[in-house]
Write a protein that binds this ligand. Structure first.
Ligand SMILES: C[S@@+](CC[C@H](N)C(=O)[O-])C[C@H]1O[C@@H](n2cnc3c(N)ncnc32)[C@H](O)[C@@H]1O
Length: 213
């Protein structure tokens, strides 16, 4: 599930006529372009920060904006992000997000035994620092990086989208998540990660759909 451009490529594979993917990392864009080329798909990838898009990404040009699995944690705040989404959608256009549930990310991700221990704040706007070994795309990669991520409470996510003028149409919570966010999560037959039986019943990811009126 940890992918580079796979969301974008998948939209093209299932028949979207025009598809554009945005990523701030030149290496990610390079890898995504290579995947699209190998699949002989016509997909445009733009290297940019999602909160500061260049003119190459047209305003009011998109029927769908989609983001999934490990995206908003890299952003310090969500108001500009939500404004970007609302400004890029056509009227009646739809925004979808599926991502890790912010409730999950308060728990200690180093504990081996199946026990939920609160370690990180839920409401704090300060970044969390991690010394990251390898990357999300390849945990065995031979490098160490400084990594900063931000917690975004559900109220911040929903509030930013409402403030941008979007109307929320759907919100769901799931007992699975796309990566091994806690050491003791168990992988199921679909490749998703779940709490071991009897060790707690908490939301691990969420999805939300919003529409530009
Ligand atoms: C976990 S991946 C998401 C993968 C995505 N679901 C896919 O199918 O490609 C997170 C990506 O967000 C990118 N990223 C982080 N901060 C960003 C920002 N401010 N603007 C644009 N991309 C950003 C990273 O470079 C990374 O490639």
């Amino acid at each position: 599930m940890q992918s580079i451009g796979i969301d974008t490529v998948t939209f093209a594979l299932v028949g979207a006529a025009e598809v554009m993917g945005v990523d701030s990392s030149s290496r990610a864009v390079e890898a995504a372009r290579s995947i699209a080329t190998q699949l002989d798909l016509s997909v445009q990838f733009v290297q940019a920060d999602v909160t500061d898009l260049p003119d190459a990404v047209p305003t009011e040009g998109f029927d769908i904006v989609f983001t999934s699995h490990g995206t908003i944690m890299w952003l310090p705040e969500l108001e500009e992000w939500a404004r970007m989404i609302a400004s890029r959608l056509v009227r009646g256009g739809v925004f979808h997000i599926i991502d890790v549930h912010p409730f999950l990310t308060v728990f200690d991700d180093t504990v081996e035994e199946p026990e939920l221990r609160v370690r990180y704040p839920y409401f704090s706007r300060e970044p969390l620092y991690f010394e990251e070994h390898g990357s999300y795309a390849d945990r065995t990669a031979d490098f160490v990086a400084d990594s900063y991520v931000w917690q975004h409470p559900l109220s911040e996510i929903i509030g930013a989208l409402l403030n941008s003028g979007l109307k929320i149409r759907q919100f769901s919570e799931y007992p699975v998540v796309a990566w091994k966010a806690l050491e003791f999560l168990e992988q199921d037959g679909d490749g998703l990660w779940r709490m071991p039986p009897g060790s707690g019943d908490i939301p691990l990811s969420f999805s939300l759909t919003a529409v530009r009126p």
